[in-house]
Ligand binder design. Structure first.
Ligand code: GDP
Ligand code: IMO
Ligand code: MG
Length: 408
């Protein structure tokens, strides 16, 4: 059975935590998109792990994790990350594979990424990890793939500076390289998780272009990025926060504003520890945006949602939600493609009462306060998708399951 896990907002929804939680019952985990721009955090018994390139199933001793076809891999960063994992007690050797079709990031890409962004009339606020440059080279058909590094004849055709740069990693990469389609087909009977990076609203095609990343973070990316066809996908899970966050620039209609919301933005940032796991930047915070979430469900065929960070709202008197956009006096329930139009969208807010008690220890859905359940039902009714899993804290154990993604 194959389950896709994607971010349904602007990234940092808690994909790492949820993939780790679900990986207990999976055998293979494939990261299908993005690169070291991602930061996926897992907390297990108080110990924190931050992953950028390595898929989130790595903490279990028997899982096999694969860096998929759709990724752009910063090779030295990958080995640094694996060393860090080892120092944290994770034995990874023999369990980490890399698709031979994945592309690699070149040393000059990061510099170019930063220079390009600084020169934009409206900078995107990229992570500076060379992601856009590497994907652009891939699209221009000038990219370098893992297979080019592994095979002597293609390696010898690379410029000498690149040969020098990659030489220390070649042997190790060769041991990890795999034909992902072949692996997926021969392990068809296994439970496989396809882990996304970023989120639908940062997807190159579906997101708030041009304020997006350059990979396919949408569910469609899982199909190509893992080398299987759409008919092999059994379930698509979309992870979202009880509120919204965004790092970097770009339209964010439901962003908290001091003149309207007082210090709510700062409060939520502190309560939710909303600082980027890759760049440390403060994340912009806002109300849950049901227009964007519904769009994410519809454009990705999401058939189950995972709601995270519900605990961050524990102390609030009331919970506001953006249920429509108002543009020039008219209400919209769809996300406009035009960026300037989206920037003019004012959130239409509806408010529900808060539950005003800690839910961090809730283990079952019926242990959640009635008002927290009301909030969940309200969201389900507006986005027309069920919330299958609820996360009430960063730890692996703080997860309530209503419907298992492994149940056919
Ligand atoms: P990802 O990029 O989607 O994997 O998300 P990040 O790891 O970048 O950011 C999510 C942050 O929220 C991490 O620090 C997680 O440990 C934390 N987190 C995940 N789920 C929850 C939750 O339900 N409640 C709280 N308070 N924190 C959570
Ligand atoms: P995870 O997987 C949040 C944002 C950047 C910037 C834009 C483009 O942890 O959810 P890029 O460096 O990719 O060219 O930057 O996308 N961004 C993310 N925001 N979470 C992420 O990943 C992100 N990856 C990129 O802040 O606005
Ligand atoms: Mg993240």
């Amino acid at each position: 059975m194959t389950t896709v896990v994607i971010g349904a907002q602007w990234g940092d929804e808690g994909k790492g935590k949820i993939v780790d939680f679900l990986a207990e019952d999976a055998e293979d985990i494939v990261r299908f998109s993005g690169g070291a721009n991602a930061g996926h955090t897992i907390v297990k018994g108080g110990q924190k792990f931050t992953l950028h390139l390595v898929p989130s199933g790595i903490l279990y001793p028997d899982t096999v994790v694969v860096l998929g076809i759709g990724m752009v891999i910063d090779v030295p960063s990958l080995f640094d990350e694996l060393n860090t994992l080892e120092s944290q007690g994770i034995a990874w050797k023999g369990r980490v594979l890399v698709s031979d079709r994945a592309h690699v990031v070149l040393p000059r890409d990061k510099e170019e990424d930063r220079t390009l962004d600084a020169g934009r009339r409206r900078p995107i606020g990229t992570t500076g990890r060379g992601i856009g440059v590497a994907y652009a080279r891939k699209a221009a058909r000038d990219g370098i793939r893992v297979s080019d590094l592994v095979y002597d004849h293609t390696f010898s055709e690379l410029p000498s500076a690149e040969q020098e740069y990659f030489t220390p990693y070649r042997e190790r990469l060769a041991r990890m390289a795999c034909d992902l389609t072949d692996r997926m087909i021969s392990h068809r009977s296994r439970r496989v998780l396809l882990e996304g990076a970023q989120g639908v609203m940062l997807d190159l095609d579906l997101g708030t272009y041009p304020f997006v990343s350059s990979g396919m973070s949408a569910a469609a990316g899982a199909v190509v990025g893992s080398g299987i066809g759409p008919s092999r996908i059994d379930r698509v899970l979309g992870v979202f926060k009880a509120y919204s966050t965004r790092v970097g620039n770009g339209p964010f209609p439901s962003e908290f504003r001091p003149e309207r919301d007082g210090d709510l933005g700062d409060r939520i940032r502190e309560l939710g520890n909303e600082y980027g796991s890759t760049t440390g930047r403060a994340r912009r915070c806002g109300y849950l945006d049901l227009v964007a979430l519904r769009y994410a469900c519809q454009s990705n065929g999401i058939d189950g949602l995972v709601m995270t960070h519900l605990d961050v709202y524990d102390s609030l008197d009331d919970i506001s939600v953006c249920t429509a956009y108002e543009i020039d006096g008219r209400h919209y329930h769809t996300v406009p493609a035009n960026i300037l139009e989206l920037e003019r969208a004012e959130p239409v807010i509806e408010t529900l009462p808060g539950w005003k008690r800690s839910i961090a220890d809730a283990k079952r859905y019926d242990e959640l306060p009635g008002r927290a359940q009301d909030y969940i039902r309200f969201i389900e009714s507006r986005v027309e998708a069920p919330i299958d899993i609820v996360s009430v804290g960063s730890d692996r154990d703080q997860t309530i399951i209503r419907r298992s993604p492994w149940t056919p």
